[in-house]
Design a binder for this molecule. Sequence first.
Ligand SMILES: O=C(O)CCC(=O)C(=O)O
Ligand SMILES: [Fe+2]
Length: 281
Amino acid sequence: MNVQTVDYCAHDAPGRFVQSLRETGFAVLVRHPLPPWLISGIYRDWLQFFESGEKEPWRFSRDTQDGWFPPDVSETAKGRSQRDLKEFYHVYTWGRIPPELRTDALSYHGTANALAAELLGWIEAALPTEVSGKLSEPLSTMIDRSPNTLLRVLRYPPLSGDEPAGALRAAEHEDINLITLLPSATGPGLEVRDRQGNWHAVPYETGALVVNVGDMLQEATQGWLPSTPHRVVNPMGADAAESRISLPLFLHPRDEVVLSERHTARTYLDERLRELGIKRA
Ligand SMILES: O=C(O)CCC(=O)C(=O)O
Ligand SMILES: [Fe+2]
């Protein structure tokens, strides 16, 4: 499996980007337009939030799904019984955000959304006509002003050594949404699975942007693009004493967007959230 690193500024970037997505479900973009100072500031400020004692008032709401998900709630990946070793905060444009973190989070959300629309345009232009002809609307408009798009600030706490056997920072899973934009985390650990079941490290480079295909894009392209299982493994040695922060932006269509003959974005999302155990049946 060969996840490609693609120079966003190169003239052949769109073609190389989509080829990597088609072959692996993943691509890594360098020299992309997301400001590094904004991302590093968000990592620094949210780590402080996670390490503070002030998280409780921001606990998530079961109905709206915004806010802080503590480690003892966290997620259980589809088909798994053990919780991931992580805590996270769900930022929605309409949701609750601690005031001191709000400006940067929304600024990043807006900038990354614009880049995502451009990348969806690259993808759409590369689709064979029998696939693009079945789309209910352009991929880039599916996410336009979508209230469902989710910025997740993730913190994987230092490991104490007392973790349950087999528990991972993030167990194998696929993303639900169309595409995910994932700036390089504060450390490596992200791995992707090939069709034979072997795991490969996603190339880790400070300042790069990982992009991956989610289940909804696989559904809308009838499998032309694969949504690939990935996970975050536990670090060994001295790295185990460090938190790892990451910042995936999950691009979700508006509720009413028709993904396929079987699903709108809403019916698809509700089904998956119930499977994850973070939404009532
Ligand atoms: O933290 C990471 O590097 C990946 C996180 C991830 O895959 C997810 O939250 O869906
Ligand atoms: Fe993921």
